[in-house]
Design a protein around this ligand. Structure first.
Ligand SMILES: [Zn+2]
Length: 589
C-alpha cells in the first residue's frame, strides 16, 4: 500500500506579532501515540539552536476532539493515541533576521523548514505536502522557493503562487527555504538550467543585469567543473530551478546552503547599482558568497561526510571532515571567480593573500589542527570568545589553504596532469551524483588520502598528517614558487604593536583579544580592558591609539592605564615590533 502523505499548512497570520500558524495533518498516526520532534539544529550551521523554543500554543485533535499532547524532551512531544487523522496546530514566533531561522512582518516572510515543521517519528520517509496560504493584509505577495509545486494535486500552486507544494520526504521538506513577499527578481539559465535571483529588503536601483551576467558565469563554470562532459546542473534531481534568496540589510553577511537553493544575507553597499562602477571589494565579497553557497550544491549537499548521511537532527553530528567540506569550498569560491573571468589574477591574488594573512595571524593554529577544529565546530568554532584566536584554528580559512596546498602538490607531483579538480570529480561521481536517487552514502572519516591517491596517483598521506591532522604551517611559499608565484611577508604598518585586537565604540577603545606571547600579554593586559591613557595621554578611538603608538619605537616601555571592572589599573608595556604577518602574492616574470 502506498504511504499516505503528510500535510503541512503554513498561514502567515499575524505579521505584527511575527506569528506563523502551522498545522500538521497525519492521516494514520502511530496507534501507540504519535511522537513529534523539532530539529535541534539546521544542517550547514553546526550549533544546537533549539528551534522548539519558538513553538507556542501547540494542541492536537482528532475528529474534532482534543487529543492530549505533552512534552517529553527539549525538542519532543507525545500525543495520546488518537482515533482517526491527527491534527497538530501550533504557532511559531518568527523574528530572527538570519539565514538560519524564520522572519515575518508585514513586508515579507522567510522561513527554513527546520524552524517550522514538526517531524512525526516513524513517518518522516513519506511524501510531504506543503500548503502555503497568503497573509491576511495583502494580495500582492508571491512565493519564491525551490520546492516543487504539487503537480496532480487539485490545489497545486502556480509558479510563484500560494497553494500546494510537494517534497518527497521530510528531509527534502526542510531543505527548501521559502520567501514570500514582493522581492526584486531576475532569472537566467546556465547550461540550460533555470536560476532565479531574489532580493528582499530595500535595495534601490540595484544592477540586476550586471549580477545576472556575473553570477551566470560563476554557475556555468562550476557546472562545467563537476560535469565537463554533460554539463548537467546538480540540483535537477530535486527541483527544476535553483533559487538564490538574498536578504539585503545595512551590514549583514552570511549564507546557508540547501540542495536547490541558498539563503544569503548581504550589505546593501556590496551590491552594484545602475550607473555606478561597482565598488570592487564589496561586490567581490558578495560574488564570493554566491560562489561559495552554489559550490555547496555539489559539495556537502550531495557529497557529504558519512556522519551527515543521514543527518541526526536531535543532536550534534560530529565529523573531522569539515576542512574538506568548508575548506575546499572556501578555496574554490574565489578560484571560480577567477576561472569564470569575473575577477582578474591580481584581484584573485589579493583574496588569496588575505586568507593566508588571516590564518597566519591566529596563534591558535599552533594548538589545534583543522581536523580537530572540524570535530569541535559545535562547541568551539561556533562558540567563539575573546580567547578563540589563541586557542582554535578555522577549518574554513586553514581548510582553504590545505586545499590550495593539495592542489599545488598534486599538480607538482603529477607534472601538471592532475589537480584537485580530479579529486572533486571523483567525489562527485562516487558520493554525490546519485545521493538523492539511490541509497545515500557519505565519505568515510579516514578516506581522503585514499581518494586523492585513486583520483590523481599522488600520495598525499604525509601532507595530511602534517598539515591537516597536525598543526604545522602549510609550505605555501615553496609550493607557490613552483608555479611561478612569490609569497612575501610584510608588516601591515610601521606602528609599534601591543599584539592585541581592539574594539572601538566612539572614543572608547577596548582590548578585544590579547595574543598569546605578545606585548600586551607579557604586561598583564586582558581582553575586555578599556584603554584610558598611554604615558598619561588620553586614548581616543583607534585612530587616536595609533597616533599615540606611532610616536614610539618598538622596545619602548610605556605606561598604560585601563579600566578593568571599573577599577583603574596601570601596566608597563614593552611595545613589540610591527609583525610581518601580511601576505602578498606576485607572479614572477
Ligand atoms: Zn560553507
Amino acid at each position: 500500500m502506498k504511504h499516505k502523505p503528510l500535510l503541512y499548512r503554513v498561514t502567515p497570520s499575524d505579521p505584527a506579532g511575527h506569528q506563523l500558524q502551522v498545522s500538521l495533518i497525519l492521516k494514520d498516526p502511530d496507534p501507540a501515540g504519535q511522537l513529534l520532534s523539532m530539529p535541534a539544529w539546521i544542517p550547514g550551521s553546526y550549533l544546537i539552536r533549539d528551534f522548539s523554543r519558538h513553538v507556542t500554543q501547540i494542541r492536537a485533535s482528532a475528529r474534532g476532539k482534543t487529543v492530549p499532547i505533552r512534552k517529553t524532551g527539549s525538542h519532543a512531544w507525545r500525543c495520546d493515541p488518537a482515533d482517526g487523522p491527527l491534527h497538530v496546530d501550533y504557532t511559531v514566533y518568527a523574528w530572527d533576521l538570519s539565514v538560519r531561522g524564520a522572519h515575518f512582518d508585514e513586508t515579507h516572510a522567510f522561513f527554513n523548514g527546520t524552524s517550522l515543521f514538526l517531524a512525526p517519528q516513524g513517518r518522516t520517509g513519506r511524501p510531504c505536502l506543503l500548503e502555503l496560504l497568503p497573509p491576511p493584509h495583502t494580495r500582492r505577495w508571491k512565493v519564491h522557493t525551490s520546492l516543487p509545486e504539487a503537480r496532480n494535486h487539485p490545489a497545486c500552486a502556480r509558479r510563484h503562487g500560494f497553494g500546494m507544494y510537494l517534497a518527497p520526504n521530510y528531509d527534502a521538506l526542510i531543505d527548501h527555504p521559502v520567501e514570500m513577499g514582493t522581492p526584486q527578481v531576475a532569472r537566467f539559465q546556465a547550461h540550460g538550467a533555470e536560476h532565479e535571483l531574489v532580493f528582499t529588503g530595500v535595495a534601490p536601483n540595484i544592477d540586476l543585469p550586471r549580477m545576472v551576467r556575473d553570477i551566470r558565469r560563476i554557475c556555468a563554470a562550476q557546472i562545467a567543473l563537476f560535469d565537463p562532459e554533460h554539463k548537467r546542473a546538480p540540483f535537477l534531481d530535486s527541483s527544476d530551478r535553483y533559487v538564490f534568496m538574498t536578504m539585503v540589510t545595512g551590514d549583514g553577511y552570511g549564507g546557508l546552503e540547501h540542495r536547490s537553493s541558498t539563503a544569503l544575507m548581504t550589505a546593501r553597499a556590496d551590491l552594484p547599482t545602475v550607473g555606478r562602477e561597482p565598488q570592487d571589494e564589496g561586490y567581490q565579497r558578495f560574488l564570493g558568497l554566491v560562489s561559495h553557497e552554489y559550490f555547496h550544491t555539489w559539495h556537502v549537499k550531495r557529497i557529504k561526510p558519512a556522519a551527515f548521511a543521514p543527518y541526526d537532527l536531535a543532536r550534534e553530528n560530529h565529523t573531522k571532515l569539515l576542512w574538506v567540506f568548508e575548506g575546499f569550498t572556501s578555496y574554490y569560491d574565489d578560484l571560480m571567480l577567477l576561472r569564470s573571468g569575473v575577477i582578474d589574477e591580481a584581484a584573485y591574488f589579493r583574496l588569496l593573500a588575505a586568507t593566508i594573512t588571516n590564518v597566519h595571524r591566529g596563534p591558535g593554529r599552533r594548538l589545534q589542527s583543522i581536523a580537530d577544529s572540524s570535530f569541535d565546530a559545535w562547541t568551539r568554532f561556533y562558540k567563539q570568545d575573546e580567547n578563540s584566536p589563541n586557542a582554535i584554528v578555522s577549518y574554513y580559512t586553514k581548510g582553504a589553504l590545505a586545499a590550495l596546498g593539495l592542489d599545488l602538490l598534486i599538480q607538482r607531483e603529477s607534472r601538471g596532469r592532475r589537480s584537485l579538480d580530479d579529486v572533486m570529480r571523483m567525489l562527485w561521481r562516487r558520493y554525490g551524483r546519485d545521493f538523492y536517487r539511490g541509497k545515500p552514502h557519505g565519505v568515510p572519516e579516514d578516506a581522503m588520502a585514499g581518494l586523492i591517491h585513486e583520483a590523481t596517483g599522488v600520495d598525499a598521506a604525509p601532507f595530511l598528517q602534517q598539515y591537516v591532522y597536525g598543526t604545522e604551517d602549510l609550505p605555501l611559499a615553496s609550493l607557490l614558487e613552483h608555479q611561478g608565484i612569490q609569497l612575501q611577508w610584510t608588516a601591515a604598518s610601521a606602528i609599534p604593536s601591543l599584539d592585541a585586537r581592539f574594539r572601538a565604540s566612539g572614543a572608547e577603545v577596548h582590548l578585544a583579544s590579547v595574543f598569546t606571547g605578545g606585548a600586551a600579554h607579557a604586561a598583564g593586559l586582558s581582553a575586555g580592558d578599556a584603554l584610558v591613557a598611554i604615558d598619561g595621554l588620553r586614548v581616543q578611538g583607534t585612530d587616536g591609539l595609533n597616533a599615540l603608538l606611532q610616536a614610539r619605537r618598538p622596545g619602548d616601555k610605556v605606561r598604560v592605564h585601563v579600566f578593568r571592572r571599573d577599577e583603574l589599573r596601570r601596566f608597563d608595556v614593552v611595545l613589540g615590533k610591527p609583525p610581518a604577518d601580511t601576505a602578498k602574492l606576485t607572479r614572477q616574470v
